[in-house]
Design a protein around this ligand. Structure first.
Ligand code: NAP
Length: 273
């Protein structure tokens, strides 16, 4: 996006980031602040939101924090009502909130399934739907959904998340077409492995596992939250005004190269990465 910090506050684009207090969400919010946006952060925990707002304070952006569980359409409706009251506009929606943990499909409880699908798929839809009235009157409306490459590959051990992200990819493409007449662009970013508090706690819980993930990345390293935020900013911004319904993968070549990395590892006698 083009920096817009010289623009009066009331003319600045407003960006809503769900799950914006941690990991990638916070980096995305920080990037939008640098791009000159006012910010809305929405996640469940008031403490998390206060921490997020505090760490963004030096950006100078106007920030609204709204405790919200995106699984609840009433709370999402109340969130968008607060956005309308405070800013009178919404230009960018980033559906970043997610939950994930490792669980074998055959023993996963219905509650565990429901929790992840509820946040990722239902929450994304509820936020898109509730944002529509404000987005349709924005001169530069954009939605960016955060997905993952296991949406189109396989997600062994995380079937709930993989199925939900696949649903979000489908929703991205459907809304891109359905809402194109309203000039709302809808795209997705699929981050590769980026170490965050969430991934270290729920997914890559040992150094051996972390190293195995790293070894499967052709560029040979984890991504950074800032690299993901750059892609989100691009898709939401003025350089991407003819892009809609697209999924931009930002993963160091992970999903394309994994089979090749396996073959190379075998050829060199290193076994499976
Ligand atoms: P994270 O650190 O676990 O953050 C998840 C965020 O979602 C938190 O701020 C959390 O805040 C919020 N959240 C959880 N449940 C919520 C709910 N019901 N309602 C509202 N907010 C909720 O995750 P991350 O690693 O930064 O990942 C961010 C996004 O990137 C996710 O969509 C994830 O699937 C995707 N992704 C990440 C990676 C990676 O390697 N990090 C790779 C591929 C895709 P509260 O606890 O306050 O609610």
């Amino acid at each position: 996006m083009t920096p817009e910090s010289t623009v009066p506050a009331s003319d600045r684009p407003v960006a809503l980031v769900t799950g914006g207090r941690t990991g990638l969400g916070l980096a995305i919010a920080r990037r939008f602040a640098a791009d000159g946006c006012s910010l809305v952060l929405a996640s469940r925990s008031p403490d998390h939101l206060a921490h997020g707002a505090e760490s963004l304070r030096s950006s100078g952006a106007e920030i609204l924090t709204v405790p919200t569980d995106v699984r609840d359409p009433a709370q999402v409706g109340a969130l968008l009502e607060q956005v309308r009251e405070r800013f009178g506009r919404l230009d960018i929606l980033v559906n970043n909130a997610a939950g994930n943990f490792v669980a074998a499909s055959e023993t996963m409880s219905p509650n565990a399934w429901r929790a992840v699908v509820g946040i990722v798929l239902d929450g994304t839809y509820y936020c898109c739907r509730a944002s529509f009235p404000l987005l349709r009157v924005s001169p530069r409306a954009a939605i960016v959904n955060i997905v993952a490459s296991y949406a189109w590959l396989a997600g062994p051990g995380t079937a709930h998340s993989a199925a939900a992200k696949a649903g979000v990819v489908s929703l991205t493409r459907t809304l891109a077409v359905e809402w194109a007449p309203h000039r709302i662009r809808v795209n997705a970013v699929a981050p590769g492995p980026v170490r965050t508090e969430g991934t270290d706690r729920q997914l890559w819980r040992s150094e051996a596992l972390t190293e195995a993930v790293r070894a499967g990345i052709p560029l040979g390293r984890f991504g950074t939250p800032e690299e993901i935020a750059s892609a989100v900013s691009f898709l939401a911004g003025r350089e991407a005004t003819y892009i809609t319904g697209e999924v931009l993968t930002v993963d160091g070549g992970q999903w394309l190269g994994h089979g090749v990395m396996d073959l190379l590892a075998h050829a060199e006698g290193r076994g499976q990465p």
